[in-house]
Design a protein around this ligand. Structure first.
Ligand SMILES: [Zn+2]
Length: 333
């Protein structure tokens, strides 16, 4: 009698824990300081229902800071005050949800040290860092440490990925067969008015900016971080013309109204590109946004369970060419 009762319970328990442990690949994670979005603590409404309406009587940088300090919503995700808390809370969530994260940022070494094998190192890049010459990038990418060349954030320099300035870097990634994750889409709202990134432009949200790059480097494995939001028509044209291109949903899965995110994702999936969408949180200094991002996929009623698994794991495993052993290991086998 006892066994008859216990066994089904045990079995049900095993099924639940196996289900809970289905792995997630977060293709857009960061190892960044608590000050990444201004003096901590600050918060983001995740997701927001309204975007800011600004009176230019005050500088946008100030208004943006106030917006993050005084979130006008019930669902604000606060970031911690210290770098260590940001890291500890992030790693905690990776363990809790069985997440492996493609991670870039200034604190990457610390995350690698403390994150077991959950941190997949990415080499972040922009023209703000003069040390990252083509020679240096070749050295880094040849070292075996980095699995992805990204986040490439040259949109903040106002430089198109197809610009000749970026050509030597793209050539190296293609030659070494390291996938590129490149920021094409949303920076912070009003980015062009924030200090240091005055060359940011809305037109560089268009995925069409990668076309010449792709034609010059046909073997490049590439994904557009932020999926070129909100330029859906340009994105569909690029996905049609360049079948090797993937996208991630970093930041748009929590920092824009949920309805707008679902509508954008639905357009991509309805157009037949559900196998080329990668989950990415773009967690910076608000660890809780990782969970909001996952929830944004799981609550998409236009996706069936297989499509959700594809976005949360399978598509990225294929894009990264993970081995069967590695995939089995992520699944706890
Ligand atoms: Zn980005």
């Amino acid at each position: 009698m006892r066994i008859a009762i216990l066994l089904p319970m045990l079995f049900a328990g095993l099924m639940i824990s196996a289900q809970e442990k289905l792995p997630i690949l977060d293709m857009h994670l960061h190892a960044l300081p608590a000050t990444q979005n201004g003096p901590p603590p600050n918060a983001i409404c995740a997701p927001p229902t309204e975007m800011p309406a600004h009176d230019p009587a005050t500088p946008w940088a100030q208004a943006f800071g106030d917006w993050l300090k005084n979130p006008d919503c019930e669902n604000a995700i606060w970031g911690p005050v210290t770098d260590k808390e940001v890291m500890d809370q992030t790693l905690e969530l990776l363990r809790k949800h069985n997440i492996y994260g493609m991670t870039s940022g200034s604190l990457l070494d610390e995350y690698i040290k403390n994150g077991e094998d959950r941190i997949i190192p990415g080499l972040g890049f922009s023209f703000f860092n003069p040390d990252l010459t083509p020679e240096k990038v070749r050295e880094h990418l040849s070292s075996g440490t980095y699995k992805v060349f990204g986040e490439v954030a040259i949109q903040y320099n106002g430089v198109s990925p197809s610009d000749s300035l970026f050509a030597p870097y793209a050539a190296i990634a293609e030659e070494l067969d390291i996938p590129i994750g490149i920021h094409v889409g949303t920076g912070p709202p009003g980015a062009a008015y924030l200090p240091g990134v005055q060359n940011y432009r809305g037109r560089l949200h268009s995925p069409l900016v990668v076309e010449e790059l792709l034609m010059r480097h046909p073997k490049l494995r590439i994904y557009l971080m932020h999926a070129g939001y909100p330029m859906i028509d340009d994105l569909l044209a690029v996905l049609w013309t360049h079948p090797q291109v993937y996208v991630d949903v970093g930041v748009i899965c929590y920092a824009i109204p949920r309805k707008a995110f679902h509508e954008y994702l639905r357009r991509i999936v309805d157009a037949g590109y559900g196998k080329r969408v990668l989950f990415g949180s773009d967690q910076m200094n608000w660890p809780g946004t990782i969970e909001v991002g996952i929830e944004a996929i799981n609550t998409a009623d236009f996706l069936n369970p297989n499509q959700k698994r594809d976005i949360l794991y399978n598509n990225a495993a294929k894009f990264l060419r993970l081995s069967d052993e590695e995939i089995a290991r992520h699944h706890g086998h």
